[in-house]
Design a protein around this ligand. Structure first.
Ligand code: ADP
Length: 533
């Protein structure tokens, strides 16, 4: 029995041993499992750390953006309490983070931010739960004065339902001011155009009226609405006899963009009468903003009437003056002879001087008469072939007698005969040479030269070394009654007709007249005439 007991004990030990072994094995696997779980936890932990880093990086990143962005930004909670304000905000409003953070937006700057419009808009945003809202507020801020601000308000959805409002602010003060100024100047300009005494018209390329200013009512009796859409060529707005002038002006403008083109024609009033219109038009077709021909019509009917009256007066007066002056001249001649017979040389000399003055008067009267004839288109021309150099020599000799100080020097080139009115061209020469003497009181010579080009034209020039003419007035001196109105020149006597008549005489003979001049250096008046008939 003892033996058996020992055996069974041995068996038990053995089985316990086996059990222990298997438990041991189990423990071993559990240990391994724990180890791998531990490793997993470590990786999870690492990953969490990584995410955490990423998250705080993202937060830093967005904070940096908010702080550096140029637009002023502020974050509010749902109670309108200010959280963050960025640097731009602080700079714009001169309010620091400490002064703003934790306060109600409406309490900022001691309640100055309690702006009804801001309050109303934020209330709409919160109560209607709109996702975003844009609104404008004009207000006088304590630190920075009058401002117009554009607010962009939007919800920032937060996970814990602690929603926030982001307010981005744009300072549009300057922009609104400029817009206001632009509007104002537009309005001023519109009023200016509307109240202008001239009719301002914009035409399309085919002559259709696109716009006409209000003054069309005063001048032509139509309202701008009535004329808009009418055509300058088809709708008989211009006097039939002047239609070609209008067309020529239009044609010229069409070919010369941006140049001022002048014309004078009669336009029909609504009542059937005609008004004399002076027009200046500019082709602005290429200008995107206008895309038309802009014309300025000025009513010069009254001015024309006065101008005609003046011409009539000059015509009558000069005509009436001529006869008595001619008789005075005749009597003076007789008187001079008488004094010579009576051996009274001093009286004879006085009468001689009187005669010189009468000659000047005759000259003035004949200039006035010529002007009248020119404006009436009645200046007669008698053409024939003549020798220009001979004519120059003759006139130079004539004038040399009266010249006190000046030597008249001629530099003449040989050439063929000229076709034209010898007397009239002689008149031009006398005028240019007399002017050259008159306007060079400190000089002592005048040079008269002639030259021929290719046997087609002759050019004559009269050069002096006198006071000269300001370059801007170069073209004006040929105008009727034009005289240079500068203090040192006003003292020279004259009517301002000589050059006007000279220019007309040259133009009527298909020639050209021009001048080269420099103030205080002298003038060189030139004219050219065609040689052939
Ligand atoms: P006026 O009778 O005044 O001389 P003109 O028609 O002959 O009239 O000349 C017009 C103006 O042109 C003059 O008033 C003068 O100012 C100017 N002028 C004409 N010729 C000369 C010149 N040779 N030198 C300087 N100025 C001149």
């Amino acid at each position: 029995t003892t033996n058996e007991e020992l055996r069974s004990a041995n068996e038990e030990i053995q089985s316990s041993n086996e059990e222990l072994q298997s438990t041991n094995e189990e423990l071993e696997t559990t240990k391994e499992e724990l180890q791998s779980t531990n490793e997993e936890l470590i990786t999870i932990n690492e990953e969490l750390q990584l995410r955490n880093n990423e998250l705080s990086e993202a937060v830093d990143y967005s904070r940096a953006i908010i702080q550096t962005i140029h637009e002023p930004l502020m974050v509010l909670d749902t109670n309108m309490c200010v959280g963050t304000v960025n640097k731009a905000f602080q700079q714009l409003f001169k309010i620091s983070q400490d002064e703003a953070g934790g306060h109600l937006i409406f309490d900022l700057e001691d309640g100055n931010w309690n702006i009804p419009e801001l309050r109303k808009q934020l209330q709409i945003l919160t109560s209607q739960k709109e996702s975003a809202k844009i609104f404008e507020v004009a207000h006088r801020f304590t630190a920075v004065g009058e401002r117009t601000l554009l607010f962009y308000a939007m919800w920032l959805q937060q996970h814990d339902n602690k929603n926030k409002i982001l307010l981005a602010i744009e300072d549009v003060t300057q922009r609104r001011r400029s817009e206001q100024q632009l509007k104002q100047s537009e309005e001023n300009f519109r009023l200016l155009v509307q109240n202008s005494a001239d009719i301002i018209t914009v035409f399309s390329i085919d002559g259709t009226i696109l716009y006409q200013s209000e003054s069309v009512k005063q001048i032509l009796g139509y309202t701008p609405g009535e004329t808009k859409g009418k055509n300058m060529f088809r709708d008989q707005l211009v006097h039939p006899d002047d239609q070609s002038i209008k067309e020529a002006m239009y044609h010229k403008a069409g070919n010369a963009p941006r140049e001022n083109i002048w014309a004078k024609f009669r336009m029909r009033h609504k009542d059937g009468s005609y008004r004399v219109i002076e027009a200046v038009c500019v082709n602005q077709l290429a200008d995107e903003r206008i895309r038309g021909i802009v014309a300025n019509f000025r009513d010069i009917t009254e001015k024309e009437k006065l101008e005609n009256q003046k011409d009539e007066f000059i015509a009558i007066a000069s005509h009436e003056l001529r006869t008595p002056v001619t008789s005075i001249k005749a009597y003076a001649e007789i008187l001079q002879e008488k004094f010579i017979e009576l051996k009274d040389p001093s009286s004879a000399e006085m009468v001689k001087r009187m005669e010189n003055q009468i000659d000047r008067l005759t000259h003035l009267i004949s200039d006035l008469l010529d002007t009248t004839k020119i404006s009436e288109g009645l200046l007669p021309f008698f053409s024939a072939y003549y020798d220009m150099n001979e004519l120059i020599k003759e006139k130079v000799e004539e004038l040399q007698h009266t010249a006190v100080k000046h030597k008249l020097v001629t530099k003449l080139k040989k050439g063929s005969l000229v076709w034209g009115d010898r007397d009239k061209t002689g008149q031009v020469l006398v005028n240019l040479i007399s002017n050259a003497i008159k306007y060079s009181p400190n000089a002592n010579q005048v040079i008269i030269s002639s030259a021929y080009d290719k046997e087609e034209n002759i050019t004559v020039s009269v050069q002096d070394f006198g006071i000269g003419i300001t370059p801007e007035l170069k073209d004006k001196v040929f105008g009727r009654f034009f005289r240079v109105n500068e203090p040192d020149i006003k003292t020279f006597p004259g009517l301002g007709l000589g050059l006007y008549i000279a220019a007309e005489i040259i133009k009527r003979q298909n020639g050209k007249i021009w001048l080269k001049t420099e103030r205080n250096k002298g003038s060189n008046f030139c004219f050219s005439l065609p040689l052939k008939k």
